[in-house]
Design a binder for this molecule. Structure first.
Ligand SMILES: Nc1ncnc2c1ncn2[C@@H]1O[C@H](COP(=O)(O)OP(=O)(O)OP(=O)(O)O)[C@@H](O)[C@H]1O
Ligand SMILES: [Mg+2]
Length: 839
């Protein structure tokens, strides 16, 4: 395939893509963006309006309708031809219009939380969304950034990236500006790949491939192809398959029966087609998209931005929320409040060492580092120069800096105190003497540490090691034989709103668990202060000793996890999912990204690192659990509205089509002509446009909501039977009492079935008595408007065009009475039909 991009000298690469070290011009970048397309690997790239319409036309159902229209036209039945064409185009227009509008709104929200990159355009730095990057762009990178596309390093200072997503290699690798002769991407020291992230250092890169052309794009294509569907998508699919099977069965049965009875073949074919159209919930995809998009807009008002629409359902179904500690349970306003030396008395030496470490490390600077630097004096740093560092990572939980002052060279280490102490062999006293640590001294040091931890302070240990004066590099292996200097003591005040927010989530049926990399004592103290109902505690050390099955056996009973590594956070999430929970994970750090990805609902906050935001399904604009509690209610509401549509389809509509199919076998004419069925279906669809807007009672958002196929089946059987009973009654009255001829029978049946199908929404939209839980005005208007249109079509001036006739008043009154009785009985039956069957 020729040379790989990293084998090409920088100059040649720049020339090839028509760029320079100063980047592209803005106009050139815009032109390239238009030509190359956006830098994204999303499979569902935006479809143009024409493509959308063409896709709809290719759907089997629509194709059948068009064939039916052609057959009608060929046989000279121009009325049928015109009506079928109108039906097809109206429903496509409805679909495409609604869907496009809703998706555009949701897209706009998503863009507001898009990851951005710092790119040079016309020689100046600009922040642009990662999607707008093109080949030839020069991008600046710093610790915490995602590498936005594939390319080569132009300049680097201690640039380390994590390529785990691409190569599986968990440790950061250094990237430098050279030309590489490597054959594989994993070995190319000058190549940067989309999907990897910068762990430490900084640099600039030249972009050589974007979007699906990147290495990651190629993998992501298979990844997304193999990605298991979420609970919501599975439910939707199961439902679709169920309906499809029923439809095929019924339609073939009717067609066959009619042919056996020697009915006119063309009419029978059209009737079967119309039945299929009537049975198929062809608007379901549109309703799902529109409802979810509207849900996303409403959640945005509650300050939750949805990146993956289907996650709204998962949020509503969530039974366990796992969260990290800093920023969600605390204010993340971290302050340094003490810096005791080895004797427990505050010492300037400890701050000075800590400041050298914080100032010179090239990793993502944490709030702890900011607090140290805010406290340190300028002269603490003035005499020091940096030589090298080993950036922080969440498995070591410490960071080292090699720094020089005069002839002295020190490795200054700071990190999780218990491990620092374990790596120390001696201790620096207040007077500067260095003495070995014996058993008694170790116990005394541990006692000082434990006492402050138990009081709720966060601690970092500070230590150092003197190295040869000509030392220029260090590695993690140098973090041994340390001289312990003391601790930095921080406060991170609990967030006042956290306690009530957790209580609200628990009241909504969501168990809250805390998963933190911090020390057990700190986590325990915080949870106590907030008054959270937390049971049990497990540490990373214990988790390391358990296999996945053992972990799954214990994980539901424990609510607190401390000193866990990023990998263990992910294992905990998987274990919970294995136990059948629907799991949310909220986190903001690089260390949270694997768990965010593993969760059913990955959550992050606006200020989080790129990696966490990229992995998340939703972003909270305010780092506050009460925002999430609002989001949960909204998610359940959205799902409840989707369920309404499904219930509508599975109860009355399905029952009506079924009864009609059966009736067609026992009477010598069709109960409704194919055209009448299509009109019925179109008006019924229109009546449902208001569902996504409907209100949902609080009772229905009180517990986690998820697909309940058994419940749906129970509902369908009960409500479907009721609907059929009324159809049979209508049938009997029309045949026996009125001895209605074909046109009169069809008109009456049309009016009755429209009325029952449309009005039943007011019954099944709520488990409460219908008069107590009022529908949203939009739903009232669309439903009653559709019903009025149906009656007008049947009984108005245009009725005869569609084969309708005016009905005698007594028959109208009878239909009215039947509809009222149906409505009343449905209302009485619904409590049982809607009773949950789950778990
Ligand atoms: N900048 C730093 N320098 C040295 N050590 C650090 C630094 N940041 C974190 N650590 C160590 O790593 C541990 C884990 O980090 P941290 O507490 O941020 O993890 P976390 O899982 O994100 O926790 P939280 O739940 O508080 O968000 C800390 O308790 C501390 O001991
Ligand atoms: Mg954190």
């Amino acid at each position: 395939m020729g040379v790989a991009f990293w084998q090409e000298p920088v100059e040649a690469a720049l020339r090839r893509v028509g760029s320079s070290g100063a980047g592209l011009g803005a106009a050139e970048a815009a032109a390239r963006l238009a030509a190359e397309g956006p830098n994204t690997i999303a499979t569902t790239a935006k479809r143009s309006l024409v493509r959308r319409i063409l896709r709809k036309l290719a759907e089997p159902l629509v194709a059948i309708l068009i064939i039916a229209a052609a057959v009608s036209g060929a046989s000279g039945d121009w009325t049928s031809f015109a009506i079928i064409i109108v039906v097809v185009f109206l429903s496509i227009a409805l679909d495409v219009f609604q869907e496009t509008r809703a998706e555009a709104a949701a897209e706009a929200l998503k863009r507001s939380v898009a990851v951005r990159a710092e790119v040079l355009r016309d020689g100046a730095a600009h922040e642009v969304p990662v999607e707008a990057l093109v080949v030839g762009d020069v991008v600046r990178l710093a610790a915490g950034d995602l590498v936005p596309a594939d390319g080569i390093v132009l300049s680097a200072r201690g640039l380390h990236v994590n390529e785990a997503l691409l190569t599986g290699e968990p440790y950061p690798v250094e990237k430098v500006a050279t030309t590489s002769t490597a054959d594989t991407p994993a070995e190319a020291a000058n190549a940067l790949f989309a999907g990897t992230s910068v762990v430490s250092g900084e640099g600039t890169m030249l972009i050589l491939a974007t979007g699906r052309a990147t290495e990651f794009g190629a993998i992501a294509a298979d990844l997304s192809a193999n990605e298991p569907p979420t609970a919501f998508e599975r439910g939707l699919h199961q439902l679709g398959m169920l309906i499809l099977r029923l439809t095929i069965f019924l339609v073939l049965f009717v067609l066959l029966a009619h042919l056996v009875f020697a009915r006119p073949p063309l009419e029978s074919f059209l009737f079967a087609v119309a039945l299929a159209v009537g049975l198929t919930p062809e608007l379901l995809p549109m309703v799902v998209t529109v409802t979810l998009s509207r849900g996303a807009l409403r959640m945005a008002k509650k300050r939750v931005i949805v990146k993956r629409l289907a996650a709204i359902h998962d949020l509503g179904a969530m039974t366990v929320l796992c969260t990290d500690k800093t920023g969600t349970l605390t204010d993340a306003k971290i302050a340094l409040v003490g810096h005791p030396g080895a004797d427990g008395v505050d010492s300037a030496r400890v701050v000075a060492l800590a400041a050298v470490n914080s100032r010179f490390e090239t990793g993502i600077r944490s709030a702890l580092d900011e607090a140290i630097l805010a406290h340190a004096a300028d002269h603490d740093l003035a005499e020091w120069t940096k030589i090298d560092d080993v950036p922080f990572d969440f498995d070591r939980r410490r960071v080292s800096v090699l720094a020089a002052r005069g002839a002295e060279r020190l490795v200054v280490v700071k990190g999780a105190p218990e491990e620092m102490l374990a790596r120390a062999v001696s201790v620096e006293e207040a007077d500067g003497r260095v003495v070995p640590i014996d058993g008694a001294r170790r116990a005394a040091l541990t006692a000082i540490h434990d006492e402050r931890c138990a009081a709720g302070f966060r601690l970092l240990g500070v230590a150092y090691r003197i190295v040869e004066p000509d030392r220029v590099t260090i590695a993690a292996a140098d973090e041994t034989d340390l001289v312990f200097a003391g601790w930095c003591v921080f406060v991170d005040p609990p967030k006042a709103s956290a306690g009530p927010a957790v209580a609200r989530l628990e009241a909504q049926g969501v168990t809250v668990k805390v998963i933190s990399g911090d020390a057990a004592a700190v986590v325990k103290h915080l949870v106590g202060t907030l008054g959270l109902p937390a049971r049990g505690l497990m540490t990373g050390e214990e988790i390391a000793g358990l296999d996945d099955l053992q972990l799954a056996a214990r994980v539901t009973e424990v609510d607190l996890f401390a000193r866990v590594s990023p990998d263990q956070k992910m294992r905990i999430i998987r274990a919970l999912r294995a136990r059948g929970e629907t799991v949310g994970f909220l986190g903001d750090g690089v260390n949270d990204a694997p768990a965010i990805r593993a969760a059913d609902v990955g959550l992050s906050v606006d200020g989080a690192t790129d990696v966490a935001r990229e992995a998340a399904d939703m972003i909270l604009l305010a780092p506050d659990l009460s925002v999430l509690a609002d989001g949960v209610a909204e998610g359940r509401r959205t799902f409840a509205n989707i369920l309404k549509y499904v219930r509508m389809g599975t109860s009355s509509n399905f029952g009506n089509m079924l009864s009609m199919a059966l009736a067609s076998l026992v009477i010598p004419f069709l109960p409704l002509t194919p055209i009448q069925i299509l009109i019925n279906n179109l008006i019924y669809d229109l009546s449902e446009i208001g569902i996504p807007f409907d209100d949902v009672s609080e009772a229905e958002t009180a517990r986690p909501q998820a697909w309940d196929m058994r419940g749906l089946l129970v509902f369908t059987v009960m409500m479907g039977t009721l609907s059929s009973v009324f159809d049979i009654a209508t049938f009997a009255i029309l045949r026996l009492v009125y001895a209605a001829p074909a046109a009169e029978f069809q008109t009456a049946w049309f009016v009755e079935s429209m009325a029952t199908q449309i009005l039943v929404i007011f019954v099944i939209r709520t488990a409460a008595p219908f008069w107590r839980d009022r529908p949203h005005p939009i739903l009232t208007v669309t439903s009653l408007g559709a019903l009025a249109a149906a009656i007008w079509l049947a009984l108005g001036a245009f009725g005869p065009t569609f084969g309708f006739v005016m009905l005698p008043t007594s028959l109208l009154a009878t239909i009215g009475a039947l509809v009222v009785a149906y409505f009343g009985l449905a209302e009485a039956l619904k409590r049982r039909a809607l009773a949950p069957t789950r778990r």
